[in-house]
Design a protein around this ligand. Structure first.
Ligand SMILES: [Zn+2]
Length: 139
């Protein structure tokens, strides 16, 4: 595991309970806390406890734990806040990852809300899609 806790990372501080946060749930490997800049009430973030800046560096146990906690939070958000959710994870600066510690957003969604996720993108040709699929078929 190449990355160690960062003294300057807000999400590491939250994981160590040394920064103010509204913790929704936690376990051995993950912490779920409310986004300080929510898109809607109930907007929650799930992070691995260990400082990991990219999905590439997440261990399989951490990845599984992150997904498990994401499902738990999505279920609770839908029970308490909104009929639907979007999951969002930015991996890398070019994807607008703002804090270099892996974090999954669970975004509550309501019919006709103003949340803008700009999809779909631009229509691709079948050839482009086939080449992209082939590029992802193996390492
Ligand atoms: Zn961190």
């Amino acid at each position: 595991m190449p990355e160690s806790p960062s003294a300057t990372c807000l999400f590491c501080e939250i994981s160590r309970d040394s920064a103010e946060a509204s913790i929704a749930a936690s376990d051995e490997l993950t912490v779920a806390f409310m986004d300080a800049y929510p898109v809607a009430p109930g907007h929650v973030l799930i992070v691995p406890r260990r400082h990991v800046s990219s999905l590439d560096d997440l261990g399989p146990d951490e990845g599984a734990a992150l997904w498990d906690m994401t499902q738990v939070m999505a279920r609770r958000v839908k029970a308490k806040h909104a009929p639907a959710v979007n999951l969002h994870l930015s991996d890398g600066a070019e994807a607008e990852q703002d804090i270099a510690h892996v974090h999954m957003h669970v975004v509550p969604r309501h019919r006709d809300d103003a949340v803008a996720i700009e999809l779909p993108g631009t229509r691709a040709t079948r050839d482009e899609l086939d080449r992209a699929a082939a590029s992802l078929a193996d390492d």
